[in-house]
Design a protein around this ligand. Structure first.
Ligand SMILES: [Zn+2]
Length: 296
């Protein structure tokens, strides 16, 4: 009698333990490289996915170095969504080897990337001796709504494959995100409809794919990742005047000194937009509003 009790008690404890473990692992744990990607995965995985991000707010994805506790957190993730930003060139191998069972998803799969214009990302600091001048593809694909649609599709497939039990949930969430991206895209198309070919300046040239999507042209202020020298600045000012630039974008991660100087000289305005804001939808809406105001 006593023995039977013991056995059933043990069985009961095992059931509790298994239930507890299952409960704790309820959500699919995934990692993303940058905040806008975290947003996309959170939207598509809403209710079923626990999303962590590598590049912390305020940090640059070109030079980021993961913290030790992030490398620990990586060991619990099932998926890692890469996006082709520069710190991954240095870290992705280490990230992969610290959790061999984790699947690495290329969110940029199927997107034809172009070389970074007038600009060498390698010069932004850190990683000396690791250079691919001229050939480095522009990583800023998340700032083009049409390209975000491709990224969203890649995220959807990866989540559905990793967690088929929530296949339909992911599909529904995906459709919801897609409709919001499309609405922003048409809003932007509307703003730029009569403004094809206009130029805007940017300190850090993160808006190349955005410019392509809406027939605009982006003039970088930053030269090889640095503030321009006084003589280069004079050329930029002349260029800005000749091309009738009215708007100069800067971002919180970089200095705005030269952008402000150019703006003063040309009577344009400096607009601070964070290409790495978490809430992509809200951020793009703000970008649209700012462009609308700046181009008036
Ligand atoms: Zn960048």
């Amino acid at each position: 009698m006593k023995a039977v009790m013991k056995v059933s008690m043990a069985a009961f404890l095992i059931v509790l333990m298994v239930a507890g473990v299952t409960y704790g692992q309820d959500k699919l744990r995934v990692f993303t490289g940058i905040l806008p990607q975290k947003f996309f995965v959170e939207q598509i995985g809403k209710g079923a996915v626990d999303v962590d991000v590598m590049v912390q707010p305020g940090a640059s994805p070109h030079t980021y170095e993961p913290r030790p506790q992030q490398m620990v957190a990586i060991s619990r993730a099932k998926l890692y969504f890469a996006i082709g930003v520069q710190f991954e060139n240095v870290w992705l191998k280490r990230i992969a080897s610290s959790n061999p069972s984790m699947k690495i998803i290329k969110t940029h799969e199927g997107i034809e990337r172009v070389p970074m214009m007038g600009h060498d990302h390698e010069e932004e600091g850190g990683h000396q001796g690791h250079s691919h001048e001229g050939s480095a593809p522009d990583p800023h694909i998340w700032l083009s709504p049409p390209l975000v649609l491709i990224q969203a599709r890649n995220i959807l497939s990866a989540l559905q494959e990793a967690d088929p039990s929530n296949f339909d949930l992911y599909e529904a969430n995906y459709r919801d995100l897609v409709s919001r991206v499309i609405s922003i895209d048409s809003e932007l198309r509307n703003i730029f409809k009569d403004k094809k070919g206009i130029s805007f300046m940017v300190f850090h040239p993160a808006w190349g794919y955005f410019a392509r999507a809406y027939g605009l042209s982006q003039i970088p202020v930053e030269i090889e990742g640095k503030e321009p020298k006084p003589s280069q600045l004079q050329r930029l000012i002349q260029d800005a005047k000749a091309r009738n630039v009215k708007v100069i974008f800067t971002q919180p991660q970089f200095s705005t000194r030269s952008a402000e100087q150019v703006a003063r000289e040309i009577g344009g305005q400096v607009i601070t937009v964070d290409p790495l804001a978490l809430d992509w939808v809200e951020n793009m809406r703000e970008v649209a509003e700012k462009f609308k105001a700046g181009l008036r």
